[in-house]
Ligand binder design. Structure first.
Ligand SMILES: [Zn+2]
Length: 576
């Protein structure tokens, strides 16, 4: 058994100290830190924050020999345990690495715990050692009976799948599907309504457990939500028995919060639902390529449209099923996703299968060209799920059935595209399977309008916002001014010659603080106007010639009097 003792070394300089014990080491023992964390598809080089690595065996010092950016070799003699000690710098507030200051600590073992090559299948223990006064520990890892802050996992894969939260956080419990769940919240402000958060999360969990297992128990004995509330931030990372979340403090439920639920809190519930759905979809039902993670390099799969896209489809849909989101509001969220994809020229360049494979260098490394060269496997993937669900329902089946079928058939083997297509063919026929292959590998827009209409949804169109119609993505503020972040390919702004990085100063000679200010003096109908801007320190100007207004922004609503078949389908889908 490999043992790690993790001490808070210094909160002011953000350093953990790790003492690692490898019993009966091999004569040549190689240790390394992962370069990535499963669930976040980018090489992050955790080893760059490791320092002061020392080793000894009994009284003998062993000199670590560095082999590459992230691994070391120790030459050992005899059976005496090899003891390594090192420091890890931790000052990233994201959910993917590690953090430490005087208010809180957080870490994923991918950032702190070295892998002993050839010993990955052994149990791995974590002892949380010295902590600042009053601090507590939360993790989904199993506690060792009788130990204080002592935890154990069956192997290295499990070890690195359990983040730890340290500090003086709020914590609450509930039960769902007969299994205890815990919610810890760090950084909440006074007036935070923990009871409400627990009650709503409980409904989400119950709906999802029922979705996968009916009345049977889920495949985990305990689950922990760890939420870090911050001034500004959003995200989550899924794990087998827990999730680490980051959200805006202002989006937490407040005591006395009325209805309808504020948009920010609905977004937080969607995030909770998303990460919890991953407990099944990607943590257990996985791409075949992920059955054995390679921690030394990128792990490619073409299937993130399924694992992230389908999870994104179900996250808000589960809020509907849990009674937390009504159908009209759900359709507004759906329309927003749809319009986001339609406003991305990159959807004509990249398929969702390509986007999945390239996640490592594209989705996770976004720049000004991202909207023109890529499509999100989250958003377009969720629309593929929607369309597949509607088409399966027309054929008398549903995506729910498909998911449960894949769960029972592909857990051990891992999922492949071939298996998904075969399952679709069984439930919906060969034509639908061929269509799905086109949606996933093609660049055409998805034929969503007829499928939505057939489900009793009224599809409308309205004009885009003025700045959106120009094809500009902007960063605007009283201090920064109006900065162009991206220019969408083929747009009015692209034709006029604007570029990312340009600073927009004036319209027809009038100073602007936001581009939208100009609407106060421009005529209501589209007409050319003069734009003054700065590029590379030089003052320049050009003429923008807006296109005629085209109502191409989708709106979705419940149709008033749908035909009986459409209404039946809609009721089965949305309950209305
Ligand atoms: Zn996800």
């Amino acid at each position: 058994m490999i043992h790690f003792r993790i001490d808070v070394a210094d909160v002011a300089t953000h350093r953990y100290r790790v003492t690692m014990t490898v019993p009966a080491p091999a004569a040549e023992t190689v240790v390394s830190l992962p370069v990535w964390i499963p669930g976040s598809y980018m090489v992050r080089e955790f080893g760059r924050h490791l320092s002061r690595l020392q080793a000894r065996q009994g009284k003998q010092e062993r000199l670590p020999e560095q082999l590459d950016k992230t691994s070391w070799r120790l030459r050992c003699e005899g059976r005496a345990a090899l003891v390594l000690s090192y420091e890890a710098y931790a000052f990233d507030t994201s959910v993917r690495t590690a953090f430490l200051d005087d208010s809180r600590g957080f870490f994923n073992p991918t950032s702190l715990c070295l892998r002993t090559h050839g010993r990955e299948a052994e149990p791995q223990q974590v002892q949380i050692g010295s902590l600042p006064k009053g601090w507590d520990v939360a993790t989904g890892m199993d506690a060792v009976k009788g130990g204080r802050h002592l935890y154990q996992s069956a192997d290295y894969d499990e070890l690195v799948d359990h983040p730890f939260e340290l500090g003086t956080f709020w914590r609450g419990q509930f039960e769902a599907g007969g299994v205890p769940h815990e919610f810890v919240v760090a950084g909440a402000w006074p007036g935070f309504d923990g009871k409400r958060l627990l009650a709503d999360t409980q409904r989400i969990c119950a709906a999802q457990i029922a979705f996968w297992h009916g009345r049977r128990k889920p495949p985990f004995g305990r689950y922990v939500f760890m939420l870090n509330a911050v001034e500004d931030g959003y995200g989550g990372l899924e794990h087998r028995a827990s999730t680490a979340l980051i959200a805006k403090r202002a989006d937490l439920p407040r005591q006395g919060m009325g209805s309808p639920v504020p948009e920010g809190y609905m977004t937080l519930l969607g995030l909770i639902s998303h990460e919890y759905f991953h407990t099944w979809n990607v943590k257990r039902l996985k791409p075949a390529e992920f059955l054995h993670y390679d921690y030394t390099r990128e792990n490619y799969t073409e299937l993130l449209w399924f694992f992230e896209g389908f999870t994104s489809y179900y996250d808000d849909l589960m809020l509907v099923r849990a009674g937390l989101l009504d159908a009209p509001r759900y359709l507004k969220l759906l329309a927003r996703t749809l319009n986001g994809v339609m406003a991305t020229p990159g959807r004509k360049v990249q398929s969702v299968a390509e986007a999945s494979f390239d996640a490592w260098v594209k989705y996770y490394r976004q720049d000004e060209n991202t909207p023109n060269s890529t499509v999100s496997y989250y958003t377009k993937g969720s629309l593929v799920a929607l369309l597949l669900d509607l088409r399966l329902r027309q054929a008398g089946a549903s995506l729910d059935e498909l998911m449960r079928g894949l769960w029972s058939d592909c857990l051990a083997s891992g999922l492949s595209e071939v298996a998904v297509l075969a399952a679709v063919e069984r439930l919906g026929g060969a034509t639908l399977a061929a269509d799905l292959r086109d949606w996933v590998h093609g660049h055409d827009d998805l034929p969503l309008a007829p499928a939505l209409a057939a489900a009793g949804i009224q599809v409308g169109q309205e004009p885009p916002s003025w700045t959106a119609a120009l094809g500009l993505k902007l960063s605007e503020g009283p201090v920064t001014g109006v900065q162009v972040k991206s220019v969408l390919a083929g747009s009015v702004a692209a034709r006029a010659g604007l570029s990312a990085g340009d600073e927009l100063l004036a319209v027809d000679g009038w100073r602007i603080r936001r581009l939208d200010d100009a609407r106060q003096w421009l005529p209501p109908e589209p007409a050319p106007f003069e734009l003054t801007y700065v590029r590379q320190q030089r003052l320049r100007s050009l003429t923008l010639r807006p296109d005629p207004v085209v109502a191409d922004v989708w709106t979705l609503a419940l149709g008033e009097r749908p035909a009986a078949k459409a209404l039946g389908l809609r009721k089965a889908w949305l309950g209305r």
